[in-house]
Design a protein around this ligand. Structure first.
Ligand SMILES: Nc1ncnc2c1ncn2[C@@H]1O[C@H](COP(=O)(O)OP(=O)(O)OP(=O)(O)O)[C@@H](O)[C@H]1O
Ligand SMILES: [Mg+2]
Length: 378
């Protein structure tokens, strides 16, 4: 899968723009606040239909404009596809080859393996933030791996809302009819996350060792369910344990008015040499493990799906010490896929951009290509 061209209209601070990315690395260079991350956000939206950092889709519409539009031509196994996303007062609409995607269309068929993985300084929240951050990572990564996870996760949230409402209703027997759908959808989601963690864990350990050197402690990634769910069980076993946990907690859950067990309460453990990275890891170790996690995801997607995801690297080089930056850039240059990198300092990325890199200068929401490189040593 390759992004051949990209057009934006009234998206964030971009009035109108058209870009032709490189087959390999496209580097966006510009001072703070010019629209570099906005462009990554547009690509992420096209690949996933989700906002990268916006909490409300309306934030993506340029101030004073009615609707935003992003369109991209992707070359994939089935030929070239035009994908577009519009955001207007009515919400989000997706188009595939000019046809509106309706809610009954299968979303996994729509994606056809288009996937994007983003690294940004915010990703440190994966370590420093609460469990919701780690669940979000897991579900995004599971969705990249198995697009059906998008609708499965929605099914779970719907079942959860319905059971929570039933817990608060006056007739106790109502809850029971909402328990079964919750258990089924919950077990499916936990099984997906467990399968993903099993694929990623050895790759995280390996990538962390590569970044941090042979002396470093071993990195470990593990799924941590909130309530007695077997981490090596089948989907059926998970379902029966989840059902037991819900029955066991019924009184408490009724008092509180919400469901206290299930994938919406689970967490991911990141440890170094058996010690939690959040309480004990240094700043640099925290960065390195997040990087290892993302590298693990990319390598896993490349091996399992036979094609690497689009890589979006937001201002990553300025966050890393030179050795880690070099490791990261070497690693990227060995990947066959397409990458988009942002920087305020072109020199940080100049050596790594490789053959066929395209540089765009970003200024106030405009993108200008072919500007002269910095003279070495200047
Ligand atoms: N809906 C919107 N309409 C118009 N402008 C917007 C909108 N949302 C954000 N902006 C503007 O976009 C700019 C930020 O763009 P962006 O985050 O892409 O910057 P950047 O180039 O990545 O900068 P940095 O190097 O600081 O990360 C800000 O000036 C902000 O005011
Ligand atoms: Mg930015």
């Amino acid at each position: 899968m390759r992004l051949l061209s990209l057009s934006l209209r009234d998206f964030r601070n971009v009035h109108e723009a058209r870009l032709e990315p490189s087959r390999r690395s496209t580097v966006l260079v510009g001072p703070n606040g010019q629209g570099k991350t906005n462009l990554l956000e547009a690509i992420f939206l096209l690949c996933t239909l989700r906002p990268l950092r916006a909490t409300r889709l309306a934030e993506l519409v340029r101030f004073g404009a009615e609707r935003a539009r992003v369109q991209g031509d992707f070359e994939g196994p089935g030929g070239t596809r035009s994908v577009a996303v519009e955001i207007g007062p009515e919400g989000r609409t997706a188009f595939l080859d000019g046809k509106t995607l309706s809610s009954s269309d299968r979303l996994d068929a729509f994606f056809e393996g288009r996937a994007a993985v983003c690294f940004s300084p915010d990703d440190l929240l994966l370590v420093k933030g609460g469990p919701d951050q780690r669940r979000r990572f897991l579900d995004r990564a599971a969705f990249n791996r198995w697009p059906a996870v998008l609708s499965e996760a929605r099914d779970y949230l719907r079942a959860l809302r319905e059971r929570n409402a039933a817990l608060r209703s006056s007739s106790p027997e109502v809850e029971e009819s909402f328990r079964e759908p919750l258990v089924r959808a919950g077990a499916r989601l936990v099984a997906r996350r467990l399968a993903l963690v099993a694929e990623l864990a050895p790759r995280v350990a390996e990538a962390f060792a590569e970044i941090s050197g042979p002396e470093a402690a071993e990195a470990r990634l593990a799924y941590r369910p909130a309530a007695g769910i077997p981490v090596d069980g089948s989907e059926e076993e998970i379902a029966s344990r989840l059902a037991e946990a819900l029955v066991h907690r019924l009184g408490r859950d009724r008092d509180k008015g919400y469901t206290s067990a299930g994938p919406h309460m689970d967490d991911l453990t990141l440890a170094l040499g058996g010690k939690g990275v959040r309480p004990y890891g240094s700043q640099g170790q925290q960065r390195a493990i997040v990087l290892a996690l993302k590298i693990a995801e990319i390598e896993n997607l490349r091996d399992k799906l036979g094609r690497p995801p689009l890589l979006l690297l937001d201002d990553v080089s300025s966050e890393l010490d030179p050795a880690k930056n070099e490791h990261l850039l070497n690693h990227l240059s060995a990947l066959p896929g397409q990458a988009f990198l942002t920087t305020t300092d072109r020199r940080l990325l100049e050596p790594a951009a490789g053959d066929g890199a395209v540089f765009y200068r970003v200024r106030a929401g405009t993108f200008e290509t072919d500007f002269p490189p910095v003279i070495p040593g200047s």
